[in-house]
Design a protein around this ligand. Sequence first.
Ligand SMILES: C[S@@+](CC[C@H](N)C(=O)[O-])C[C@H]1O[C@@H](n2cnc3c(N)ncnc32)[C@H](O)[C@@H]1O
Ligand code: SF4
Length: 468
Amino acid sequence: MKIVCKSADFENDLQDLVNLFYDEEDCPFSIEHTFEKNGSTLSSTFFVGSGDEQKKYEKTFVLRPNLDALLEKSLTKRFFKNHLYEILSTITKKSLPWGSLTGVRPTKFARDLVERGEVKPHLISETLVRDYHVSGEKARLVTQILQNQKCVIKNDKLLDLFINIPICPTRCNYCSFISSELKTVAGRVDEYVSCVLKELEAVKKVIAEKSYIVRNIYIGGGTPTVLSAVQLDRLLSQINYPVSEFTVECGRPDTITAEKLDVLKKHGVTRISINPQTFCEATLKRIGRKCNNKEVFDAYMLAMKYDFVVNMDIIAGLSGERLGIFKRTIGTLLELYPQNITVHTLSLKNASQIRGEEVKFKDDITKMVEYAEKTLMENGYKPYYMYRQKHQVGGLENVGFFRDDNVCVFNIDSMEDTSSVIALGAGAISKRVFNIQNRIERLPNCKFIEDYISRIDEMIDKKIKFFS
Ligand SMILES: C[S@@+](CC[C@H](N)C(=O)[O-])C[C@H]1O[C@@H](n2cnc3c(N)ncnc32)[C@H](O)[C@@H]1O
Ligand code: SF4
């Protein structure tokens, strides 16, 4: 059932909330929303019911005086969402882990509340619980993450460099990232690398002319180590900024060789990822991820010789997995003890092969995320960044953990919008953060490799203007 709203401005957000309560299945009754604004007083009314039996729910809220238009709209939206949350929570007798927070990154939301002076830092947790119905556990997670992000510096001259290699050895069925299988683009990979190098050469000039300082580099994908050692060497030999954090997201263990790690080490890479996703091989087969545990263990042993900081990604909610299997994956991760672990919750986005599939064992997935967060923290890991996506099972989150001092500042910058990013390659989105004006602009490259190659000069021109 689609919600009917007086203003289209609020429809999507209110619908997202309904979908979370009803697990994206059809809501059994109609919901209509209307409101009045009288001076600074907002009155919100929801009509909920079926046929002639409609129940009316009313609530009023007083806006602070002298708000700018953008903030007034955002506070109005928050109030309507809270109102709807309270109604649906009463009707269904359910509460959601993130309360009425949808469409926002919880840590950025909390950070903004503090920066706008709406909330004192020590009251973040209390405010999220009281005003947004966030669970105590999730509110504490936000507070912990903000504490672990103290390393972040905001300065409009600092920026991160991102390069996208949207190519993979094969496609995993849960994945919604735009990435081509190697066999479909094999003949164009060298050309693709040449275009990225052309973009790089152009942005190097802007970086020098405008006195930007590159502080983190991240090569992501897809699977960057799908490139051969020679191609990686060609690309990396042109990146020579003296950064303290340089990540290459290897990801798939079946693409990692000593020859490629030699190249990464030679060019100053400090951090890589080797992603199991799960340590259950039956699941790996079900999700079409064509690699196995031995490949993960071998790649990890190899990486340890190079002293890289290693991140491992896992996903809670992979097809057919119950809590017991997931617990074993966490156990194996702890035995390996990588410096970073990222726990994702399955997201059923339209771009994946499993879109629209029914998710079994939803209750297990909530317990998996709870178990992972608790167990990792008990074993010396701390949470340092977080994000939520649409269509994530149970409205849950993705959280990055670190041990010792090994945070990945690029990940924080990406999620908290604390730094500009010059992004190269197909599908890469550049971002300019104007900290003082509290404003962000974005510039996307073409999504697909073929278009990117054919329109490279146009993208370079736009990028130079964007960062000038
Ligand atoms: C951009 S992908 C690249 C990783 C790399 N190619 C690999 O497969 O190891 C980054 C991570 O997103 C996560 N991911 C991808 N699709 C997902 C989905 N549908 N739901 C939740 N997490 C997902 C996976 O954990 C994956 O490692
Ligand atoms: S999960 Fe990684 S390897 Fe699998 S399709 Fe997505 S980006 Fe490619």
